[in-house]
Write a protein that binds this ligand. Structure first.
Ligand SMILES: [Ca+2]
Length: 545
């Protein structure tokens, strides 16, 4: 057992479902993540915050996103709304760790700043990172990403290099930071935050990675959902008495969908590309782990892997124009690096993957990705917020390959990192008071399961939940509260709200008190504020599933 402070590598990915990776029941080949799971712990009930920016704000600060100013995305909704920027009442993980002697590095997606092109006090270097390479915006081409930044400087020209691919660039930069650090300052502990954009749309991947998945999904989403649940139960992650949610009611059975040969070819290709995006990320994680291993530092490095929200059912371009995607939202470029036009939209005549496409895999495959749960990114039902959580730290975790069923959520990550590194959470920062840490350390669960935890709360775009023990009260805005017994029914199939009105009232009151304390702004008010500023409607008004 080492006595030095552990290094920490925090790996986040983007819009991936609960059951996509191999060690969570999926068909996608993730041998490197599987190896971390085999040598560490998997958590079966870990939760994110349903959307890119709020999840990152919560992860980085140990607070609820509303407390940080990033209640929805990174748009400023005015003095009565969310600033869309990390405010000055929070402290980030790297800021806290630096007070304890850590060096801090980030490669990947930031997405908690409203300024995309000019450095501000909410950019990574101003929020505790010694080094940063990545994107400020929340999505974009994997071949030619907007807002590619090194330090405080735009380096989009770096993507013009032969063979550039953002997932690889994130991995390579993370490896380079680790190699340099361990070579030059091996006795200084480090924190590395690796924030992949895979498998967020657009569906971009290498041909050789896509090819390995040819045929892998040909049995279709219905059979694959059943097979995933069988594997999740067999592995011990989920319980046998939790029944598979029905196929999304807006989607056809596979037998009907595949009758159209063109659609069949296109939609299978979509899932193959999605799988290839995750596969490529896993290859990069393998290189990061290898960098630690060859320096003899794998055992005393805490590695954490999770996704920022559940799989995404958004179609491209859902109600937005290409002009908005390119010029207003800045999440796409109109032409490839060689000057060919990019074709936007889920056009079944055009196969996704190359640089001149910009597509998403759609609701039916997102439904598979979130097996066995209901709903998607944006929602607080289990499909929206359930994520794999892998924790690998041989020097600090006695068991290898075990599963933990204790529930947890994003604010717990900062609490855990501060706990295991012996870092104090500050009461003030730069002379200003900061909000008290909201999370609970997961470190006690490193040793055993069955830990009690305080209530957990969520809100995103009016969708909301509170979880107290086995009870989850959850709302699909604007519908009424639903109540589920998560021990009996984790897939949320039997709403007990009508049978338990007193419990509903008590939990709803807990929720209201939390929402008031943490500055949750009602969805109706936010939508009005955003529309008054001309912000596109599409990413707010997702049709109710
Ligand atoms: Ca996301």
């Amino acid at each position: 057992m080492t006595t030095r402070k552990p290094n920490v590598v925090l790996i986040l990915n983007d819009d991936m479902g609960y059951s996509d990776i191999g060690c969570y029941g999926g068909e996608i080949e993730t041998p490197n993540l599987d190896r971390l799971a085999t040598g560490g712990l998997r958590f079966s009930q870990f939760y994110n915050t349903a959307r890119c920016s709020p999840s990152r704000a919560s992860l980085l600060t140990g607070l609820h996103p509303h407390q940080t100013g990033v209640g929805i995305l990174t748009y400023d909704s005015g003095p009565e709304g969310y600033a869309g920027n990390l405010n000055q009442r929070c402290v980030t993980i790297p800021q806290a760790l630096k007070t304890n002697g850590y060096s801090t590095y980030m490669s990947g997606k930031w997405h908690v700043a409203s300024s995309l092109t000019e450095p501000t006090d909410t950019w990574p270097l101003q929020r505790g990172f010694d080094e940063f390479f990545g994107t400020i915006i929340g999505a974009g081409s994997f071949y030619d990403p907007n807002t590619l930044t090194r330090g405080n400087h735009n380096v989009e020209h770096e993507a013009k290099a032969e063979g550039f691919f953002y997932t690889d660039a994130i991995s390579d930069q993370a490896v380079a930071y680790i190699d340099k650090h361990l070579r030059e300052t091996p006795d200084v502990p480090f924190f590395s935050y690796v924030a992949y954009t895979a498998p967020h749309w657009p569906l971009h991947a290498h041909d050789e990675d896509i090819a390995r998945y040819k045929g892998r999904f040909d049995t279709g989403w219905d059979a694959l959902r059943e097979a995933r649940l069988d594997r999740l139960v067999a592995s011990g992650l989920l319980r046998e008495h939790w029944k598979l949610s029905q196929r999304d009611p807006t989607q056809p059975p596979w037998s009907a969908a595949e009758a159209d040969a063109q659609f069949r070819a296109w939609t299978l290709r979509c899932m193959e590309v999605y799988a290839a995006q995750i596969d490529r990320m896993d290859q990069g994680i393998g290189r990061i782990v290898a960098a630690l291993d060859r320096a003899g530092r794998l055992d005393d490095t805490l590695i954490v892997f999770l996704s920022d929200n559940g799989a995404c059912a958004e179609d491209i371009p859902e109600g937005v124009t290409v002009d908005e995607l390119v010029n207003k939202l800045m999440i796409a470029k109109s032409h490839t690096r060689s000057g060919e036009p990019v074709h936007f939209g889920n056009d079944t005549q055009r196969m996704p993957g190359p640089e001149d496409t910009y597509q998403s895999y759609g609701t039916a495959w997102a439904n598979l990705s979130n097996t066995p749960f209901r709903l998607y990114k944006h929602w607080i039902h289990e499909g929206g917020i359930s994520t794999p959580l892998i924790v690998h730290w041989p020097a600090g975790i006695g068991e290898a390959g075990a599963i933990r069923h204790v529930p947890g959520y994003l604010p717990d990550i900062m609490a855990t990192i501060l706990d295991v590194t012996g870092t104090r959470y500050p009461e003030t920062w730069d002379g200003r008071p900061v909000e008290p840490l909201e999370g609970s350390s997961l470190a006690p669960a490193f040793g055993r399961d069955g830990i009690e935890r305080p209530p957990m709360f969520w809100e995103h775009e009016g969708n909301a939940a509170v979880r107290v023990g086995k009870w989850k009260l959850v709302k699909n805005y604007p519908r009424p509260w639903e109540l589920y017994d998560m021990e009996a029914d984790r897939t949320e199939l039997h709403d007990l709200a009508a049978a338990e009105p007193e419990r509903v009232a008590a939990m709803a009151l807990q929720y209201q008190q939390w929402a008031a304390r943490c500055g949750v702004i009602p969805r109706g008010k936010i939508v009005a504020l955003m529309q008054s500023q001309g912000v596109t409607r599409a990413f707010w008004e997702k049709p109710q599933a």
